[in-house]
Design a protein around this ligand. Structure first.
Ligand code: TRP
Length: 337
């Protein structure tokens, strides 16, 4: 049977180091998907610039950092095409045509964009580039004819918009050119909180980065919230309220040991320090090989650049093919001039 390999497209805004939340929520999944799917992983620099246009240096330097994070966790450039969004010129051209299929009013209802505007304090008005980024994201997804898009739940409105535009495009131009994608959301039960209990996020300063050195991890683990109702190791505690257990649930390979530790926590027969010491060991066992691989890649900027170049070359080819189909369906494929 000749089953077409499914296509995966996903991306990150390169604005800072990737952290354990990224690993649990998406990187791990990508490493699995690359085994069976045609995978594209995009450094969404153009999107990052929509709200960092006055700090381009941050975006540029983080491209290299994020690629090192990818490679360190096992994204394999032989299996995944890692590319830079702003170098694929076909993407904004697609977005230009999609803009006709969305109203400004509809864009104004995007809850993620609304929340981001509030967070960024766009009191004087929202930059048009930022307001329109969801349309560009539709171009990112459709250019590769992605079937699967692994993203956080906050990206649901972008996926909905994509399906909307795909349906409109295919119906107006009477050709099944674009593919309607399916999102893959992280398992919410396995979500990893930040060290303060909020969503792990680099902007909230509550993240443990994949590149953190052991002394930094130690400091952060010490800050992790414990059951606030518990004053001493002999007080009964609630492991649900001690965040260290959320981390152990995910990273400790010894499930039974963690269950026993929880049981002792409930009885008041283990200190928070002991729980955290365990967590420090467990995280170190996880992060140490990642950190070492990361350092190897990081010390070879030319090698990393070659990976991005090759990924971008392939991404451009794919996007150009789709763009040609889009222009043909619209009746504006005038030939080569
Ligand atoms: N908006 C995504 C984020 O903030 C990044 C992104 C840009 C993306 N284009 C994409 C994700 C296309 C998936 C598909 O994380």
């Amino acid at each position: 049977m000749n089953m077409k390999r499914r296509i995966v497209l996903t991306g990150d805004r390169p604005t800072g180091p990737l952290h354990l939340g990224h690993y649990v929520g998406s990187l791990k999944k990508r490493v699995e998907l690359q085994e069976t799917c045609e995978t594209y992983i995009m450094l969404a620099d153009a999107q990052a610039i929509t709200d960092n246009y006055d700090d381009i240096n941050k975006v540029r330097t983080n491209i290299h950092e994020v690629v090192c994070d990818y490679l360190a966790v096992g994204i394999d450039p032989k299996k995944s095409h890692i590319f830079v969004q702003s170098c694929v010129h076909e993407l904004p051209e697609l977005a230009m045509f999609y803009m006709n299929l969305v109203t400004i009013q509809h864009l104004g209802h995007n809850p993620t964009v609304k929340a981001e505007c509030k967070m960024r304090g766009f009191n004087e008005g929202v930059p048009a580039g930022f307001y329109l980024y969801p349309i560009f994201q539709v171009a990112d997804i459709t250019a590769f004819k992605a079937d699967l898009v692994p993203v956080g739940l906050d990206q649901a409105p972008m996926l909905e918009l994509t399906r909307d535009i795909v349906r409109k495009f295919n119906s107006i131009y009477k050709k099944e050119v674009l593919v309607s994608p399916e999102a893959i959301y992280p398992n919410l039960k396995g979500a990893l909180p930040g060290i303060d209990g909020q969503k792990m996020s680099k902007s909230l300063g509550n993240a443990i980065s994949l590149s953190d050195e052991p002394d930094v991890v130690l400091k952060k683990v010490k800050k992790i919230q414990s059951d606030p109702g518990r004053k001493s190791a002999t007080d009964p505690g609630d492991p649900e309220k001690a965040l260290a257990f959320s981390y152990l649930d995910i990273f400790d390979p010894e499930f039974l040991f963690v269950e026993e530790l929880k049981e002792r926590y409930r009885r008041g027969a283990v200190s928070d320090k002991e729980v955290k010491d365990r967590l420090i060991d467990v995280l170190e066992a996880f992060l140490n090989p990642i950190r070492n691989r990361r350092k190897e890649f990081h010390s070879d900027p030319e090698g990393v650049l070659a990976i991005i170049k090759e990924g971008t070359r392939i991404a451009k080819q794919k996007a150009a093919t789709t763009l040609l189909e889009v222009r043909s369906a619209m009746g504006i494929n005038y030939g080569n001039f």
